[in-house]
Design a protein around this ligand. Structure first.
Ligand code: GDP
Ligand code: IMO
Ligand code: MG
Length: 431
């Protein structure tokens, strides 16, 4: 069946939004299956920038139906703002283009207050979350007290459900974090306003919709948020997000069976970035990192925070490829490396005096790893005008080949700028 899962293979912000936007020219459906407004996916079309947090990155193509599936956590206020902004810009003309699952988990202001209060209380030990209420919302879902999108339209049971959820949350907020409690009435007022605005996008069963689309051989893209190393189970725990960010999560979050999709594209930057706390072996806390940050405009699309920057880490990339069964890669932001005389690539770590080539999963080990680098030749030329991989200077081509050969996965796409036309295809999509 013609489905492709697009996953971030590092710590997020790899350029998933750009890839999904470009791919959506050929896609019938784009499905967001996990995460929430912690994501910031940037699309640049004719020089105009659009940042999406919850709405799938296919939305700029009117023929593409965008689905927010059950695995997502929905900040209903942010979502309404995002829809409104698109409409004001003449985008999203047809309400039917956006479909939201009744089973998605709702994020309300108290989730965000709790998220931020926890971070404040953690001080130096903080995770560096986006403060968007992601952890508290997924916790509430796991504890079976969450409000679902479909609940917003069940007036008779809404108040009771909120009372149950808020009883615990207010205890925590007041007694543990010294924050103001949240009133049920306040939440009902907010929901009344926002639910009406969102009702036209209510699809009820998006799992069925996706199943039918795949059966009818429609082209479906599954858009991951965050990145593999932020995965709740397999990432750099506890410095992770609260959902699974791996390809398997597309099955669960969208509600489709394994075996329906056999193509997984890993999106990777030609170097590495990370926002928030946690280990990052190849981080360059020096002029190299600063140069990558400035040239790559590495500032968070959601929080505006500076992204930590460093060289490409092949040990971590191979781990991500294994975890998600990545079948091909899109190599992003190659243009940012122009002008470096030498480009380092980490192909092993030193851990307690030993050279290791497998990513260490035991708690604390990654933080003790020192990167071992292979140094490759850099190039001076600007890449942003290249129209094909053959246009790239020799050492840039060698860099691409080196990565593909090192991880034993084909690189299907190379990106040399934020724009749609700055995309070099090695293998056409849906081929
Ligand atoms: P996402 O979260 O994975 O969708 O990535 P973000 O949108 O948070 O961050 C990627 C940033 O890099 C955005 O500002 C994109 O416009 C930009 N970008 C994407 N591809 C390229 C590229 O090939 N070159 C350059 N210079 N910028 C790119
Ligand atoms: P996209 O989809 C980069 C990071 C946060 C923090 C950790 C937990 O744009 O790639 P959370 O708010 O999820 O509880 O924060 O995860 N994080 C991201 N980093 N890109 C993202 O999304 C991220 N979403 C969350 O910075 O370290
Ligand atoms: Mg991002």
């Amino acid at each position: 069946m013609p489905g492709i899962i697009v996953v971030g293979s590092q710590w997020g912000d790899e350029g998933k939004g750009k890839v999904v936007d470009v791919f959506s020219q050929k896609a019938d459906f784009v499905v967001r299956y996990q995460g929430g407004a912690n994501a910031g996916h940037t699309l640049v079309v004719d020089g105009k920038k659009t940042v999406l947090h919850l709405i799938p990155s296919g939305v700029l193509h009117p023929h593409t139906t965008c689905i927010i599936a059950a695995g997502c956590v929905l900040d209903i206020e942010k979502l309404s703002d995002e829809i409104r902004a698109l409409k004001e810009n003449g985008l999203l003309k047809d309400d039917a283009q956006l479909q939201i699952s009744d089973s998605a988990t709702v994020i309300l202001p108290y989730h965000k207050v709790l998220d931020q209060a926890r971070e404040k209380a953690a001080g130096l030990e903080k995770i560096g979350t986006t403060g968007r209420g992601i952890g508290p919302a997924y916790e509430e879902r796991a504890s079976r007290k969450a409000l679902l999108f479909g609940d917003l339209f069940q007036k008779d049971s809404l108040r009771g459900k909120l009372e149950v959820a808020l009883k615990e949350k207010n205890f925590l907020l007041e007694k543990f974090y010294n924050e103001k409690p949240v009133s049920v009435d306040e939440m009902i007022t907010l929901i009344d306003k926002v639910a009406k605005y969102l009702e036209p996008y209510r699809s009820r069963d998006t799992s069925l919709q996706i199943y039918k689309a795949l059966k009818a051989t429609k082209k479906v893209l599954f858009e991951g948020a965050q990145g593999s190393l932020l995965d709740l189970l397999h990432g750099t725990y506890p410095f992770v997000t609260s959902s699974s960010t791996l390809s398997g999560s597309a099955m669960i979050g969208a509600g489709i069976g394994p075996g329906t999709i056999n193509q997984v594209m890993g999106i990777t930057k030609a170097y590495t970035t990370r926002v928030g706390s946690g280990p990052f072996p190849t981080e360059c806390d020096n002029e190299i990192g600063e140069r990558l940050r400035q040239t790559g405009a590495e500032f968070g699309a959601t929080t505006g925070r500076s992204r930590r920057c460093g060289w490409l880490d092949l040990v971590a990339l191979k781990y991500a490829i294994r975890l998600s069964g990545i079948t091909s890669l899109a190599l992003m932001k190659l243009d940012v490396l122009s002008g470096f005389e030498k480009i380092d690539v980490c192909n092993a770590y030193e851990l307690d005096g030993q050279r290791i080539t497998e990513y260490p999963v035991s708690p604390g080990d990654l933080a003790r790893c020192k990167p071992l680098y292979e140094s490759l030749n850099g190039w001076k030329e600007d890449l942003t005008q290249a129209k094909s991989v053959q246009d790239l200077p020799r050492y840039a081509q060698e860099y691409v080949q080196f990565i593909g050969a090192s991880v034993a996965v084909p690189i299907d796409v190379v990106s040399v700028g934020p724009g749609r036309d700055q995309t070099l295809w090695i293998k056409p999509l849906f081929s």
